[in-house]
Each structure stands twice: as structure tokens, then as C-alpha cells.
Write a protein that binds this ligand. Structure first.
Ligand SMILES: *[C@@H]1O[C@H](CO)[C@@H](O)[C@H](O)[C@H]1NC(C)=O
Ligand SMILES: *[C@@H]1O[C@H](CO)[C@@H](O)[C@H](O)[C@H]1NC(C)=O
Ligand SMILES: *[C@@H]1O[C@H](CO)[C@@H](O)[C@H](O)[C@H]1NC(C)=O
Ligand SMILES: *[C@@H]1O[C@H](CO)[C@@H](O)[C@H](O)[C@H]1NC(C)=O
Ligand SMILES: *[C@@H]1O[C@H](CO)[C@@H](O)[C@H](O)[C@H]1NC(C)=O
Ligand SMILES: *[C@@H]1O[C@H](CO)[C@@H](O)[C@H](O)[C@H]1NC(C)=O
Ligand SMILES: *[C@@H]1O[C@H](CO)[C@@H](O)[C@H](O)[C@H]1NC(C)=O
Ligand SMILES: *[C@@H]1O[C@H](CO)[C@@H](O)[C@H](O)[C@H]1NC(C)=O
Length: 511
């Protein structure tokens, strides 16, 4: 189970295991940590490196180095910088550490705050520019990069890493403050809440619109048959996420990877379907909002995680009718808790269906049948890269759906005034479904394999079932309307309705 308490444990872990950035202490003991993030733009995160002091060094002022030629925005490729040994006698005494064991090459160094985007870099090359006894300070030219995967794993060189991260906001920082000096492990305020920035999306979009020209009977004027679907969508969500990752850079391996996330919110969609063509179609997933970024983290070269929130819609239909259909679905998710991979813990979720208006108008002169499933699929996805050797995209889909089924038949009805007209009888049914699934594309070895996926929660409920017209027809149709989803129907071209079909649209159902 993953709950707020566990989240708070993460915070405690972050706070107790790793110290705050201390720019006055040189990073020469073999252990070094870096805290970053504000919980709003970037996740509040901590990275700790532990290893052989001959592997991990420091080129900040605390270790006696003044850096020049380094761009604060340096993010990719190599940087050529010059470091000068300067400062107090105590600081300058640490300069030698960079060359302990003979050479600075292939050491991991802590970077000064205003150099590069990553907290640590690899020394690719170093060459002395000026010696201390040449009248000026000792200076070296260094080539740096973030390719930790290219560090040679020779001898006893070891370097492990520990990462804890939480995309939680200000009150967590408040907690952090309270947590210093280090508290007893686990002593935190259970009532603390995670106030990640809420996501609110709403839009009306055409999902599908296709028309075909149809010939008329008897060489008369042809007509146009069309299928149009518009969707009105509202999605609300509050997402928080925590990572725990550990392993080693030297030798490159991963020991722990755990992503925990919570989500609450709701998703509602109203479909407005105008159909007078026949056929089957599937729109496939259609992104209906630009991705919304969720605070992530970027320890370049070691671990990056970029979460985002997306919403896809999809319509699958098999139609043989002339109708206007307004239908929709609404689900509320009070508490979705995801642990990934599943070996790390149990996930859970609840979902509550809500009712949207249903309006159905059908052509009076037709035999009408059809199945239509509309999906609204909010998705949280996180692209993660670990040490360049493992990348994967982890996702959680909240697949909500509405399935509308209709079986109706027109029959001649003799009116009392002697004229003949048609009357429609049949049954219509609306079902709502939800399936909350998590999975990954790509493997993070040895933690999980490519294609891993699991269902956290799934439910189908009948929202409405109604028959209309001649009472005698009821029994006939009910059996046809077992709850079912139209999924991945084969795409066929739209067809013209048979000649003679059509007629006045009549409102037959309104819920
Ligand atoms: C590696 O460590 C072992 C034991 O700690 C030691 O005996 C050995 O000499 C070390 N080898 C190197 C190359 O440093
Ligand atoms: C489909 O497109 C046609 C013309 O492009 C437009 O008149 C009609 O309103 C559209 N229908 C829907 C349902 O969007
Ligand atoms: C999520 O839960 C919080 C606290 O329980 C609540 O204040 C918020 O309105 C919920 N958000 C959504 C979108 O349901
Ligand atoms: C997951 O749930 C099952 C039973 O529902 C329980 O036996 C198991 O210990 C749980 N696993 C974790 C990691 O909590
Ligand atoms: C449903 O149909 C009725 C009658 O035609 C109409 O008054 C109502 O506004 C419709 N509702 C929706 C949601 O379109
Ligand atoms: C609707 O679904 C049922 C069951 O899957 C199928 O028999 C029927 O042909 C479908 N299509 C229409 C147009 O009713
Ligand atoms: C989901 O997992 C099953 C095995 O549990 C696998 O057969 C299937 O291919 C996976 N689906 C995807 C989309 O990766
Ligand atoms: C209904 O269909 C019949 C032929 O099947 C046609 O003669 C009649 O005009 C149609 N009625 C309407 C209202 O379209």
C-alpha cells in the first residue's frame, strides 16, 4: 500500500539519508550529496554518491578551485573549463585531492552551482596550464562531460548512488525545515498533505467527421451521408509522485527502482454523434490536450524522470442507423495509488461512475442497430533514463468509457385516421466502464522487463437500459444488448445507407 504516510517516509528518507547542499564542505571523503527542486517546477530531489575517494572529487571553492569558462546552461556534450587553485590555505590544501591516484581523468567531480545543469560531471581529460611554482596559481584545463557510462570500471573503483524524489510542494519544504536536525526515522506529521499543482482541462473538440456522397434512387438528386462526432471533455487531476532509485555508477548497475504515485480527480466526456452513414470505424487514440508537465527531476547522466499528463480520446463504432446520439460518461477517482513495478508493492484504486444526459433520436423509417464506445483516457506517463543504459516509459492509464448499444426496428403502424406511418420499437442501453492500467514500454534491467503491464482496477456498470415502442418487441431485443465494449473494430469505409432508408429523426429516448 502506498499512502501519504509512505510519501512522508520518503521525505524523511530524503532528509535523513542525505544532507543539504553544503558548499562550504569539500566533497573529498568519498560521500557527497546534492539536493534540488522546489516541488513546483522540479521535483524536490536528493542525489547521494558514495564510493572510493579516488573516484569522487570536487572542483568547487570548498575544495580550493575557482572555475572559469563554464556555462550555467551546459546540458549536453563536453565543456572545456579552466580550474585555478585559490582561496584560503585550508581550501587550497584540498586541491591535490583532484589528482589523488595520479590523474584527474575519469573522476567524478562535484560542479559549482553556476556551472552546468547537472550537479556532477566526469573529467574526460585534464592538462596542467600553469604550475604553482611558476609564479602564479596552479591552473588546469579540464574537459568535462556527463557520460558516466564511459567511466572505466577498473581496479577497486566503486561509486554508488541513491536518489529520492518527491514532486511535492511548499509544505514539504516546511517539513524539511522541521526535519533538521535529523529526527527519529518516521517521526513526521501524518496529516501532512501533498499539494501538487492541480490539473484542470476542459475543451470541446471534433473527434471525427467524415462524409460520403451517395447516389439517389431513380437518378434523382444524390445526398450526402455523414458521421460526425464532437466531444466535450473535462478532466481534473491532482498527481503526486515519488521515486526511490539506487545502484552504482561503478560498476554500472541498478539495485532499487520504485515509483509511487497518487492521483485523485475526475474525467467526464459528452459525445455528440450525428450518424446517417453505415460502417465500422475506430479513431484510434486522439490526443485532445497538449501534454501538461508534472514536476520532474534531472540529474543529468545519472537519472532523469520527466512526468507528464495527457488525455486521449477514442471512438470505436459499428453503426447501422440514422441517429443523433448524445451520450457520455463521467468517473470520479477519489484515490488511485500506484506502485511501480508491482514487485515493489500493491497498487489500488477506486472509481465512482456518474451519469451524463443521454439523448437519442433515430430515423423513423429504418432498422437501426449500432454499438458505439467512446473512451476518454487520462494518462500519466513518466520517461525515465538511468545512466544511459536503461530507458523506459512508465504509464498509468485511466481508461473511462461509455458504450451505447441500440437495436431498433421500424414497423408500419396503422393510425386511427387511416393513414399509415412508421413507428420504431427497440431497446437502448448505456454502460460505463473504467479500467486503470499501469505498465511500461522499455525495460529497466534487472528491475522490470519491457511490456510489463497490469490492471489496478476495472469495472463495468450499466447506467441505463430502456426499451421503447411496441411492448411486444422488448423481449426480442433485450438479449441483444448484453453489455459489451466495441474494441478495436476493423476500420471499414463508411457506406451509404440503403436507399429508402432515412426519414424523420424522432426523439425516442432522453435520460
Ligand atoms: C582491491 O581491494 C582489495 C581488498 O580491499 C585489495 O586487496 C586489492 O589490493 C585492491 N586492488 C586494487 C587494484 O586496488
Ligand atoms: C462536419 O464537417 C462539416 C463540414 O466540414 C460541418 O458542416 C459539420 O458541422 C461537421 N460535423 C460535426 C459533427 O463536426
Ligand atoms: C483531490 O483530493 C483533495 C484532498 O482530498 C481535494 O481537495 C481535491 O479537490 C481533490 N481533487 C480532485 C480533482 O478531485
Ligand atoms: C499485497 O497484497 C497482498 C494481499 O492482498 C498481500 O499478501 C501482500 O503482502 C501485499 N504486498 C505488499 C508488498 O504490500
Ligand atoms: C435531449 O432532448 C430533449 C428533447 O428533444 C431536449 O430538450 C434536451 O435539451 C436534450 N438534451 C441534451 C443534453 O441534448
Ligand atoms: C453490435 O455488437 C453486437 C455484439 O458484439 C454485434 O452482434 C452487432 O453486429 C454489432 N453491430 C451492430 C451494428 O449492432
Ligand atoms: C501486457 O502483459 C502481457 C503479459 O502479462 C503481455 O502478453 C502483453 O503483451 C502486454 N501488453 C503490452 C501492451 O505490452
Ligand atoms: C420509408 O421507406 C419506404 C420504403 O422503404 C419509403 O417508401 C417511404 O417514403 C419512407 N418514408 C420516409 C418518411 O422516408
Amino acid at each position: 500500500m502506498f499512502d501519504k504516510r509512505t510519501l512522508a517516509l520518503y521525505i524523511t528518507l530524503v532528509a535523513t539519508v542525505f544532507a543539504r547542499n553544503d558548499w562550504t564542505q569539500p566533497c573529498i571523503s568519498g560521500s557527497c550529496s546534492y539536493d534540488t527542486g522546489d516541488g513546483v517546477k522540479t521535483a524536490y530531489s536528493s542525489l547521494a554518491l558514495n564510493g572510493d575517494p579516488s573516484v569522487l572529487s570536487d572542483i568547487t571553492t570548498a575544495a580550493g578551485w575557482e572555475i572559469s569558462g563554464c556555462n550555467p546552461g551546459w546540458k549536453t556534450g563536453a565543456a572545456n573549463v579552466v580550474v585555478t587553485c585559490t582561496g584560503s590555505a585550508k581550501q587550497m590544501a584540498h586541491c591535490d585531492h583532484l589528482f589523488q591516484g595520479g590523474n584527474a581523468m575519469n573522476k567524478v567531480v562535484r560542479l559549482p552551482q553556476d556551472c552546468g545543469v547537472g550537479p556532477f560531471a566526469r573529467v574526460v581529460r585534464s592538462s596542467q596550464v600553469q604550475r604553482r611554482d611558476e609564479g602564479g596559481p596552479e591552473m588546469h584545463a579540464l574537459t568535462l562531460d556527463y557520460n558516466f557510462d564511459q567511466l572505466p570500471a577498473t581496479g577497486n573503483r566503486t561509486l554508488s548512488f541513491n536518489i529520492a524524489s518527491l514532486n511535492a510542494p511548499s509544505d514539504v519544504q516546511g517539513q524539511r525545515r522541521r526535519l533538521y536536525p535529523l529526527p527519529r526515522f518516521g517521526s513526521f506529521d501524518k496529516s501532512s498533505t501533498i499539494n501538487a499543482p492541480p490539473i484542470h482541462l476542459t475543451t470541446g473538440i471534433p473527434l471525427f467527421n467524415q462524409s460520403i456522397d451517395c447516389p439517389a434512387a431513380d437518378g434523382g438528386i444524390g445526398f450526402s451521408a455523414a458521421l460526425g462526432v464532437n466531444a466535450d471533455v473535462t478532466v481534473d487531476a491532482l498527481v503526486s509522485m515519488a521515486f526511490q532509485v539506487s545502484g552504482s555508477i561503478l560498476p554500472p548497475k541498478l539495485d532499487v527502482f520504485k515509483l509511487t504515485g497518487t492521483l485523485n480527480g475526475s474525467a467526464a466526456v459528452d459525445f455528440d454523434i450525428t450518424a446517417n452513414a453505415h460502417g465500422s470505424f475506430s479513431t484510434g487514440p486522439i490526443p485532445i490536450f497538449p501534454p501538461v508537465g508534472i514536476p520532474g527531476l534531472d540529474f543529468i547522466g545519472i537519472f532523469t524522470a520527466g512526468p507528464e499528463f495527457l488525455v486521449n480520446a477514442q471512438l470505436d463504432a459499428d453503426l447501422n442507423l440514422e441517429a443523433d446520439i448524445k451520450t457520455g460518461v463521467e468517473w470520479t477517482f477519489p484515490n488511485v495509488e500506484v506502485v511501480f513495478p508491482p514487485s515493489q508493492g500493491n497498487s489500488s484504486a477506486q472509481a465512482i461512475p456518474g451519469q451524463r444526459p443521454l439523448n437519442l433520436s433515430v430515423g423513423t423509417n429504418v432498422t437501426a442497430s449500432g454499438n458505439i464506445t467512446g473512451h476518454l483516457i487520462p494518462r500519466v506517463q513518466v520517461g525515465v533514463t538511468i545512466l544511459k543504459f536503461a530507458t523506459a516509459q512508465i504509464f498509468v492509464d485511466l481508461d473511462t468509457s461509455a458504450t451505447f448499444g441500440l437495436q431498433a426496428e421500424a414497423g408500419a403502424a396503422a393510425s386511427t385516421d387511416g393513414s399509415s406511418s412508421t413507428s420504431l420499437s427497440g431497446c437502448a442501453q448505456l454502460d460505463a466502464g473504467v479500467a486503470i492500467r499501469a505498465g511500461a514500454v522499455g525495460a529497466i534491467k534487472p528491475i522490470f522487463d519491457d511490456g510489463i503491464n497490469f490492471t489496478i482496477f476495472s469495472e463495468d456498470v450499466n447506467i441505463a437500459k430502456q426499451c421503447f415502442g411496441k411492448p411486444s418487441s422488448k423481449r426480442e431485443y433485450v438479449g441483444l444488448l448484453e453489455s459489451r465494449h466495441v474494441s478495436h473494430v476493423e476500420k471499414r469505409n463508411l457506406l451509404c445507407p440503403s436507399l429508402g432508408e432515412g426519414g424523420v429523426l424522432e426523439s425516442v429516448l432522453s435520460l
